[in-house]
Design a protein around this ligand. Structure first.
Ligand code: MG
Ligand code: ZN
Length: 216
C-alpha cells in the first residue's frame, strides 16, 4: 500500500515536471538542477560561475531552502534575478514548487535557469522538476564512500563536480575511487574537479555549461 502511494506521488510529480520542461523549452531557457549534501559549496560555486556567465547570458536562479533567504540574498547581490522557495521543512524541491516559482521571472527572456536544490544527498535526486540536466556537487570533505552509499544522485546527474579540491593536501581523500565508483554507477557522467577558492576547474565547468545550452 505504502509503495503504491509513493509511486503515485512520483508519477504526479513527473507529469508536472514534464509541463515545466515544455514551458522552459518554449522560453528558450536551459535549466540546471544543482544538488548536493549541505555544505558542499553549492552557493559559493554558483556565485563563482554566475560572475563568469552573466555578461554573456541572461540568467535566473531559483533558490530552494528549508528556511531563510541567506543564499538568495548572496545571489541577488551580484545582480541576478532570484526567486526564493522556502520548503517549510521539506527536504527537497518538487515539480509543483518550481511550477509556482518560475512565473516570478515574469516573462524575462532567460537563457539559463539554475535551480539550487535543498542540501540533501537523498530525495532531491528522486524528484524531477523539469530540468534539462542535474548537476551534483560532491565535496572531498565528505570522504570517498558516498557514491556507494548514495548511488541515486550519482546515477541521475549529468555532471559531477568534485569540490574543495584545494583541501586535498590536508585530507588525502581517494579522489580516484570517487571517480571510478561514480563512473561504475553512471558511465555517462562527466566529472570535473573544482575549487571555488583557487579557481581550479571553474573554466572547465563554465565550458561544460556553455556546451550544454539549448540551441536557440
Ligand atoms: Mg546554498
Ligand atoms: Zn526530501
Amino acid at each position: 500500500m505504502k509503495i503504491k502511494v509513493v509511486k503515485d506521488i512520483l508519477e504526479a510529480n513527473d507529469s508536472i515536471a514534464r509541463s515545466n520542461r515544455e514551458a522552459f523549452v518554449k522560453m528558450g531557457a536551459t535549466v540546471f538542477n544543482l544538488m548536493s549534501a549541505p555544505g558542499a559549496g553549492k552557493t559559493t560555486l554558483l556565485k563563482t560561475a554566475l560572475k563568469k556567465l552573466k555578461s554573456d547570458y541572461k540568467i535566473g536562479v531559483i533558490e530552494g531552502d528549508i528556511a531563510t533567504t541567506l543564499d538568495a540574498e548572496q545571489i541577488e547581490k551580484i545582480g541576478i534575478p532570484v526567486v526564493q522557495i522556502n520548503t517549510g521543512g521539506a527536504c527537497h524541491l518538487d515539480a509543483n514548487m518550481i511550477r509556482n516559482a518560475y512565473p516570478e521571472f515574469k516573462g524575462k527572456k532567460l537563457d539559463i535557469i539554475i535551480i539550487e536544490n535543498v542540501g540533501n544527498l537523498v530525495c532531491p535526486a528522486e524528484f524531477k522538476v523539469g530540468e534539462d540536466y542535474k548537476i551534483m556537487i560532491h565535496s572531498i570533505t565528505e570522504g570517498e564512500d558516498k557514491p556507494l552509499k548514495y548511488p541515486l544522485m550519482f546515477k541521475e546527474s549529468s555532471l559531477l563536480l568534485i569540490s574543495k579540491i584545494d583541501l586535498q593536501p590536508y585530507l588525502g581523500v581517494d579522489i580516484a575511487k570517487i571517480k571510478s565508483d561514480a563512473k561504475k554507477l553512471n558511465p555517462d557522467i562527466d566529472i570535473i574537479e573544482v575549487s571555488s577558492k583557487t579557481g581550479e576547474g571553474i573554466d572547465k565547468f563554465i565550458k561544460w555549461i556553455k556546451s550544454h545550452l539549448r540551441k536557440r
